[in-house]
Design a protein around this ligand. Structure first.
Ligand code: BGC
Length: 378
């Protein structure tokens, strides 16, 4: 008996055969588009020299934030003003796979770590302080350090009316001899003050270098930018070389040292009115002291902008291009010589801050709140 077409169709369906004899596919969901595992974030190292000077904590914080916003992973290490510690931190960053390392160095011995990083294919950016004694890196971001000193010198010149005054007394302090910036600050200040020393309008008590290349410069430096060292030196001056003069001004290279010098002057008791005292960094307690008239001025360097420019430079280097910065910076290809080569430098503008413009520069700019300035702490 011939089977009906109907019966055959049923059998075929039961066997799961199609008309052309193939097994019918069970319906499956359309395969999802392949999801790529997220690329591990590129690592950037930030080797920061110290925390005993307040600004560096901010430098690290701002750069970390800017780089993270660009999608980078950030490793921050503080060196406690110890170069061998920092060199180990830099080696560590290379081992962890950092693609660029930003280094605010402590001493010239940073050069070794920079050279090993370069040998491992990791470029370094010199941050704020020039890394000397090596040609193993290409870019340096900082403020105009000579100008910082000039602003300090100008404040003393104006405060003592040096164009008309006679026989004003000053004593001199400089930063750490291991920090290339310390020379720039001092030479900038003396660029303004030296003519008055020559004319006799300004008399220096204690060691009297007028240039960082002078032999006596080492006598006014402050190893490691240590506040206790500056205080001890000021005490020695007050009981020795400057005992019989009334000081009209003290050239202090930064706020941390300015405050320790003020401490020594207050402790001495002889000064009912403090001499003119310069500073740098716009530290919070110094801001309060400037408003109170204890410290005359500071030089504000907006580290938020330096951090942003540096993050941009890091990003350019990782992308294989020369640094393209949106922040306002002057490119300088002649001034900063490591001893092995002149490094392309990006210089930001420092600003002199006194009681008159402190609110505008430090509060209105959002750097501090008015409450923090009034308290001298956050
Ligand atoms: C920086 C200053 C700072 C000093 C001590 C210098 O290299 O430029 O801003 O006050 O180091 O940390």
């Amino acid at each position: 008996m011939k089977r009906s077409v109907f019966t055959l169709t049923l059998i075929a369906a039961a066997l799961g055969l199609t008309a052309c004899g193939k097994k019918e596919e069970a319906p499956v969901a359309a395969p999802a588009a392949p999801v790529a595992a997220p690329a591990p974030a590129v690592l950037v190292g930030l080797a920061i020299p110290e925390t005993h000077v307040e600004r560096w904590v901010g430098d690290a914080e701002y750069m970390k934030k800017d780089l993270e916003a660009m999608g980078y992973k950030v490793d921050v290490a503080f060196a406690d003003a110890d170069q061998s510690k920092q060199n180990k931190q830099i080696e560590d960053m290379v081992t962890k796979g950092a693609k660029v390392i930003v280094v605010g160095s402590v001493t010239e011995a940073a050069a070794q770590a920079v050279e090993s990083a370069k040998a491992a294919g990791v470029p370094v950016i010199s941050y704020d302080r020039l890394i000397t004694g090596t040609d193993a890196y290409d870019y340096y971001l900082t403020f105009d350090n000579f100008k910082v000193g000039q602003l300090q010198g100008e404040a003393i010149k104006a405060g003592l009316a040096l164009d008309t005054a006679k026989g004003k007394n000053i004593t001199l302090f400089a930063g750490s001899p291991t920090d290339n910036n310390a020379r720039f600050f001092f030479d900038g200040a003396m660029d303004v003050l030296k003519p008055y020393v020559t004319s006799g309008a300004l008399k220096i008590c204690g060691p009297a270098p007028t240039n960082s290349a002078d032999d006596t410069w080492s006598k006014i430096t402050t190893e490691g930018w240590a506040a206790d060292k500056a205080k001890a030196r000021m005490e020695t001056l007050l009981s020795g070389a400057c005992k019989s003069v009334k000081l009209d001004a003290v050239l202090a290279p930064n706020d941390t040292l300015a405050r320790s010098i003020i401490g020594a002057l207050e402790q001495d008791g002889k000064y009912k009115t403090l001499p003119i005292i310069t500073g740098q960094d716009g530290e919070l307690l110094s801001a309060k002291w400037i408003m109170e008239g204890k410290q005359t001025m500071t030089v504000f360097k907006d580290t938020r902008v330096l951090a942003k420019g540096t993050a941009e430079a890091v990003d350019s280097i990782i992308k294989g291009t020369a640094p393209a910065l949106t922040v306002k910076a002057r490119t300088d290809t002649t001034t900063y010589n490591t001893g092995k080569k002149v490094v392309t430098s990006f210089l930001l503008e420092p600003v002199a801050v006194t009681k008159d413009n402190l609110t505008k520069e430090l509060v209105d700019s959002g750097f501090y709140t008015a409450e923090a300035v009034a308290k001298g702490t956050k």
